[in-house]
Design a protein around this ligand. Structure first.
Ligand code: PRP
Length: 208
C-alpha cells in the first residue's frame, strides 16, 4: 500500500472545506477526526497521518519535510515564501487580499499600514512606489484604522461583511486567494505514487 503520507492540514475554518473536498474525492476521512483535539491523527484507512497545524505554519512543516504534503492558502504561501512545491489550486476558501481604508482616507506624509501580512504588504507598496510604514498585527486588523493606529490595512476580504460592519472600504484588490495543495520537494520524488494518488483524486472534484 506504499508509505504513510504525512499531511499538514490547516486547523480552523479551512479544515472544514478541505476535509469536505477530500471526502468528495473519495478520500474518506473518518468523521471523528473533525472534532478531535488530537494534533497528530493516524488515518490507517487512507494510509495517511494528519498533522493539524496552524494555517500559517503549514508551509514550514512541509518545507522541513515533517509533512509530505499540506493544504494552505495562497496568502500564507506568498507571505511565508517557503521552499515548497505547489501542486494544485484546490479552488476552496476563495477570497482576496485587499488594501482597505476609511472612506475619507487621503495620502498623508507619513503613512502607516497595519497587516497580518508584512511581507506581502511591503512588496506591494514598494512596487507601487509608495513609502509606507508597515505595522504587523496578529488579528482584528480592521481595528487599526478605526482607532488611529494606521491609515490603511492590507487584509483578506471574503464576504466584505467585516468591512461593512466597521465602515471601511476596499480601495484595491491585490490578488485572489484560494487554498493550494503543496508538497515537500524530496517527498514529491520519494513518495511520488502516494502523492499523485491524492492529486489525481482531488483534481477530479476541483471546481465541480
Ligand atoms: C478574516 C480577515 C477579515 C475577515 C474577512 O479575519 O482578517 O477580518 O476574515 O471576512 P469577511 O470579508 O467575510 O468579513 P479572521 O476571521 O480570520 O480573524 P482575524 O481578525 O484573527 O484575522
Amino acid at each position: 500500500m506504499g508509505e504513510i503520507l504525512k499531511v499538514a492540514m490547516p486547523k480552523g475554518r479551512i479544515y472544514k472545506k478541505a476535509s469536505a473536498l477530500f471526502r468528495e474525492a473519495g478520500l474518506d476521512i473518518p468523521l471523528d477526526v473533525d472534532d478531535s483535539r488530537r494534533l497528530v491523527v493516524p488515518i490507517p484507512e487512507l494510509n495517511m497521518e494528519f498533522i493539524l497545524a496552524k494555517p500559517v505554519d503549514v508551509p514550514t512543516y512541509v518545507e522541513y519535510g515533517v509533512a509530505d504534503i499540506g493544504i494552505v492558502g495562497k496568502d500564507v504561501l506568498l507571505e511565508e515564501d517557503r521552499d515548497v512545491y505547489e501542486l494544485l489550486d484546490l479552488g476552496i476558501a476563495r477570497c482576496r487580499m485587499s488594501v482597505i481604508a476609511l472612506p475619507d482616507w487621503e495620502p498623508g506624509i507619513h503613512q502607516r499600514v497595519a497587516t497580518k501580512y508584512p511581507n506581502v504588504a511591503s512588496q506591494y507598496f514598494r512596487e507601487q512606489g509608495q513609502q509606507v510604514e508597515v505595522i504587523k498585527l496578529n488579528g482584528s486588523i480592521e481595528l487599526a484604522p478605526l482607532i488611529g493606529l494606521a491609515d490603511r490595512i492590507v487584509d483578506m476580504v471574503e464576504t466584505g461583511q467585516t468591512l461593512r460592519d466597521n465602515g471601511l472600504v476596499e480601495m484595491e484588490s491585490i490578488f485572489e486567494i484560494t487554498s493550494r495543495l503543496v508538497a515537500n520537494r524530496v517527498s514529491y520524488r520519494m513518495k511520488n505514487a502516494e502523492i499523485q494518488r491524492v492529486c489525481d483524486a482531488l483534481q477530479k472534484v476541483i471546481g465541480v
